[in-house]
Design a protein around this ligand. Structure first.
Ligand SMILES: Cc1cc2nc3c(=O)[nH]c(=O)nc-3n(C[C@H](O)[C@H](O)[C@H](O)COP(=O)(O)OP(=O)(O)OC[C@H]3O[C@@H](n4cnc5c(N)ncnc54)[C@H](O)[C@@H]3O)c2cc1C
Length: 341
């Protein structure tokens, strides 16, 4: 039986909100702080919302893929509107970049290596895309809808405080630090991601399309009303202020290459966010007395936050969670190094 605890959560990004939801459902009393309000305008709010473990297979081993698939199961079962859709992802490349698609294919389990004609899956794509891979288990949510839905669900159930706080200021039984880049963990770095949102009534997509690119994979995520998000650059900097001309041209020309109809698309928004990341780009949960830190979610905030929130909840209940060792690895490694030093 779970003993109800008083828990203070620092930060209302996807990690903080998903934890508040999961912990509340387990009967705990929650207070959540964020100086930017609820929902906060943060990296989570502007994300693509793709739940795409296989697309990340070059960076993650099979245990992480399993955790990502478990995350998709949790999203599917959420009792609120997240705009969850599981219609797979389509991976394509310009003819001259086909080698990237081929190289990527070799990382996939054999069941996913079958080539597909992209136009059979997304008929609106330009004819030049002849080769594609279809990752049918992948899914996506709409981050804005999701964060609004989580805040609405939690209203009147937990306490919201629109202010900053540090773990030292908290007197709760447990403190969950989900401050993203504002965490005081010196190992975290920022990785900037720039995106553009456009409306193109002439174009339709059912699922996210990932365009393999020599520098980083670009993706186009369909949103309601013929709106599309294209992202995201991967730039080693914590400067959140500006989207560069180079990045916006790169993103726009990728859109135009998908279909020339994007030439007449209306630009709705251009913006950038900072992904909190450790050197291996994998997230960590570290536990220091009654302070639990959950961070470094890099490009996988939506994919992995539900599983991480469940790991935190299980830890408080004394229940073993088979995914916990993935997230502890970084912390174990670190303390091992410190002991060795
Ligand atoms: C362009 C872009 C696209 C992305 N696309 C995807 C995607 O498709 N799929 C996916 O899974 N992931 C994606 N990500 C990654 C995902 O957005 C991040 O991993 C995730 O947002 C990190 O969430 P977080 O809750 O750790 O941090 P954040 O979202 O940064 O939230 C941290 C919060 O802490 C608050 N805070 C700071 N200091 C304090 C304090 N002292 N007290 C209280 N609160 C405080 C901040 O105000 C902020 O609201 C994307 C990221 C970017 C930038």
């Amino acid at each position: 039986m779970n003993t109800p605890q008083n828990i203070t959560i620092l930060g209302a990004g996807i990690m903080g909100l998903m934890s508040a939801y999961t912990l509340f459902k387990s009967g705990h009393a929650i207070t959540i702080y964020d100086p930017k309000g609820f929902p906060a305008d943060n990296a989570s709010f502007m994300a693509g919302g793709m739940l795409a473990p296989y697309s990340e297979i070059e960076h993650m081993d099979l245990h992480w893929i399993e955790a990502g698939l478990a995350g998709i199961d949790i999203w599917r079962g959420m009792d609120m509107d997240t705009s969850f859709s599981q219609k797979g992802s389509l991976l394509i490349a310009h003819p001259e970049d086909n080698y990237i698609l081929e190289r990527f294919k070799n990382h996939l389990p054999s069941k996913l290596q079958t080539p597909h004609n992209p136009k059979d899956i997304e008929p609106a794509l330009d004819n030049k895309f002849q080769n594609g891979l279809f990752l049918n288990e992948e899914a996506h949510v709409n981050p804005e809808t999701t964060m609004n839905a989580l805040c609405t669900f939690l209203e009147n159930k937990i306490e919201f405080k629109t202010s900053s706080i540090t773990p030292e200021d908290c007197s709760a039984n447990w403190i969950l630090d989900c401050r993203g880049m504002a965490s005081d963990d010196p190992e975290l770095r920022g990785v900037k991601g720039e995106i553009i949102i456009v409306r193109n009534p002439e174009f339709t997509l059912v699922r996210p399309v990932r365009l393999m690119h020599p520098r980083y994979p670009l993706y186009i995520v369909p949103r309601p009303d013929h709106t599309f998000m294209i992202g995201a650059t991967v730039i080693e900097t914590s400067d959140n202020q500006n989207v560069t001309l180079r990045s916006s041209m790169e993103l726009m020309s990728a859109l135009y290459a998908l279909s020339p109809s994007f030439g007449d698309a209306e630009i709705i928004e251009i913006k950038a966010g900072i992904r909190p990341a450790y050197s291996d780009n994998l997230p960590r949960i570290s536990i220091n007395n009654n302070v639990i830190s959950a961070g470094g979610l890099f490009r996988h905030g939506y994919l992995l936050a539900p599983v991480m929130a469940q790991c935190v909840t299980d830890h408080l209940a004394g229940v073993e969670n088979k995914h916990m060792s993935l997230f502890n690895k970084g912390a174990d490694h670190e303390s091992h190094n410190q002991r060795a030093a």
